[in-house]
Write a protein that binds this ligand. Structure first.
Ligand code: ADP
Ligand code: F6P
Length: 323
């Protein structure tokens, strides 16, 4: 193998640049030419592919977003789209691909190998931390710290005005980020898509807190909660209780930007190195992940077949400690 490509796909996450840097520098260290592909599979189909020299990834380890840019690409769901992508790689003699993204991107990568023999290794890049086969995904720690800081700031004003706040944290399908934000921020309650939300129980918990002397409260709501968005939950609570004057904050995409934490930079660097060396060892259909602080290679399919198990004991931590 003489040439490999690297792309970032799906939602961006802080630390993707550190991963790109690790892939490029490791490739060059081993005598490979490393090509950067713009805008994920979309750029691959369109042939937006350029050689990345070692210096092209200088000064990016600390930058959020992705210098390669990212995209969601409809055409890649179709066999013709993937054939066009494979052709672009074959024309340039690129035999291996590092795909930085989530489980959707991996499903595409697996098909690219099955149909066209392009060797693919994945790196887990998403703030959701919902990918099977790795304890942590690149970007999750940064997003968690941003969301926690937001909760801290809101708590200041909540306490000053004796207010109830509903804070919405990202996670359409996964409540992991919301759950950890709630624990780290000392939230009174955390609502996640993995467990059914009972508005009356939530109100009872808030009332109990008030009876015990709490003058303000924070409820963290995952974007994808079954009771709806934070604004909907606030409306229901207001309808059914005397908590009429709450406030709602949606942290939104603020969580996806900004300089990655040391944890994410180190994770991205370790996994990026492993991904390239895995390709050189002839591996394909694998993801470089972290398990108990060891770098591991796991089948890509684990990412979508064994999504990170939701552990309700974390919710109990928040519930018990907020009483
Ligand atoms: P993530 O990788 O973060 O899970 P998506 O699910 O949006 O994000 O997937 C990113 C891209 O990967 C999609 O826009 C599409 O191009 C490709 N992709 C996702 N799922 C598949 C699939 N089942 N088959 C082929 N390509 C896929
Ligand atoms: O998967 C990452 C993520 O940020 C989710 O937490 C969120 O639900 C989704 O992407 C938002 O996607 P978009 O950037 O398309 O609004």
């Amino acid at each position: 193998m003489k040439r490999i490509g690297v792309l970032t796909s799906g939602g961006d996450s802080p630390g993707m640049n550190a991963a790109v840097r690790a892939v490029v520098r490791t490739g060059i260290y081993h005598g490979l030419e490393v090509f950067g592909i713009e805008r994920g599979y979309q750029g691959l189909i369109e042939g937006k592919i350029a050689l990345l020299p070692a210096r092209s990834v200088g000064g990016i380890i600390n930058r959020g977003g992705t210098i390669l840019r990212s995209a969601r690409c409809k055409a890649f769901y179709e066999a013709e789209g993937r054939a066009a992508a494979a052709k672009q790689l074959e024309e340039r003699g690129i035999e291996g691909l590092v795909v930085i993204g989530g489980d959707g991107s991996y499903q595409g990568a697996q098909k690219l190998y099955d149909e066209h023999g392009i060797r693919c290794v994945g790196l887990p890049g998403t703030i959701d931390n919902d990918i099977g086969g790795t304890d942590f995904t690149i970007g999750y720690d940064t997003a968690l710290n941003i969301a926690m800081e937001a909760v801290d700031r809101i708590r200041d004003t909540a306490q000053s005005h004796d207010r109830l706040f509903f804070i919405e944290v990202m996670g359409r399908h996964s409540g992991y980020l919301a759950m950890m934000t709630g624990i780290a921020g000392g939230a009174e309650e955390i609502l996640v898509p993995e467990t059914p939300t009972d508005i009356q129980k939530l109100i009872d918990h808030l009332v109990k807190g008030r009876e015990k002397g709490k003058t303000s409260s924070i409820v963290v709501v995952a974007e994808g909660d079954d009771a709806g968005h934070a604004i909907d939950v606030a409306a229901r609570v207001s309808e059914l209780s005397d908590f009429k004057d709450s406030r709602v904050v949606v942290i939104g995409h603020l969580q996806r930007g900004g300089s990655p934490t040391a944890f994410d930079r180190i994770l991205a660097s370790r996994l990026g190195l492993r991904a390239v060396e895995a390709l050189l060892e002839g591996e394909t259909g694998k993801m470089a992940g972290i398990s108990g602080n060891n770098v591991v290679l796991r089948p890509l399919s684990e990412a979508w077949e064994c999504r990170t198990q939701f552990d309700p004991s974390f919710l109990r931590v928040a519930h018990v400690l907020s009483t």
